[in-house]
Design a binder for this molecule. Sequence first.
Ligand code: URA
Length: 434
Amino acid sequence: MVPMPEAFDAVDVIVAKRDRRELSDAQIRWVIDAYTRGVVAEEQMSALAMAVLLNGMTRREIATWTAAMIASGERMDFSSLQRPTADKHSTGGVGDMITLPLAPLVAVFGVAVPQLSGRGLGHTGGTLDKLESIPGWRAALSNDEMLAQLDGVGAVICAAGSGLAPADKKLYALRDVTGTVEAIPLIASSIMSKKIAEGTGALVLDVKVGSGAFMKNLDRARELAETMVDLGTDAGVRTVALLTAMDTPLGRAAGNAIEVSQAIDVLAGGGPADVVELTVALAQEMLAAAGRGGQDVAAALTDGRAMDAWRAMIAAQGGDPDATLPVARHAETVVAPTSGVLSRLDAYAVGVAAWRLGAGRARKEDPVQAGAGVVMHAKPGDPVRAGEPLLTLHTDTPERFERAIEALDGEWEIAPAGTSIETGPLILGRVARD
Ligand code: URA
């Protein structure tokens, strides 16, 4: 049989975007479909991604691009559930383990949380890598298992199946190696295609801003948030975004098991104040977007209800909530050289250090070390004393210490005692189409 001729030529599409012209809906639908089929070559898509990064896309182009990525795969359907659904997505940061306490916390209030999560790549951690440090826990669930868990426990954190937005999987891997990750239209369509295909009724986006985030300044973060909120709203998903600070790590740990342990502290009513603040704020937004607002969310962290939901969620996926978490075989401490107040601790540097210690991976197929990472004994604004620990570095492979310490060199500062440190708010803004 003679193959059907293709509707467009990839070079014409690339040239149009290179020359700052708007792509038609038909061109966009074709290019995404033909790329998924392997007809548009990797080098052609990489040229197009670079043209998009340099020249941008209109709101219509982004919406069509997102819809085409959704159409490249399956859509999930939670309409058989008796409760509303709400999900959260973070654009990625250092020490960001908020999903772990957040999903069970929201489930306490009768809203189901279908949290499809990813693995870490580069300096930002991945939720699945963190949870896999719990003995027995498994990330891969079938759609039926996921639905059953949402019906019973009310919360599930698992890997997205390969059928969800396959065009994005291919394109994301390509962007990662062609310097085109940072394009706002591509980030927004990548995140929202997966979230819309997942079928959640409500979505809260945590758009990180600062050195440890993709978006280094507030204007670009707001533009990304607005683009994603528009995409979600137009697709019928109640979508809200919070803009949150990521100049310094969240919480006091960056790694896998050490972040799980911190999440358990939060679920037990303790934990670092910034993690609690953000968990409560995101839970309130998720509940409001799902039509269950106005609840005393913080109480469920202190009275054990969120912990009960966590234990049920972990056990439902084969994990042992009582198991001792893995501890790295070696530790090295960075001590404060002088007394004073910690005035700066850079999020990106801590993320890179944790990554180099083995908490993250350099290539997708690399294993991660469950116990590796950085524990922070002080955060900006805290007093420190000469000779006392500032950071503890953990790894199973001590030859990694040198490069991890190098990453931290010059990335923290101590001001004289009594200096007042302006740490700034954690929540920098909110974007919604109310
Ligand atoms: N996360 C995604 O899923 N896609 C992006 O493009 C960036 C972050």
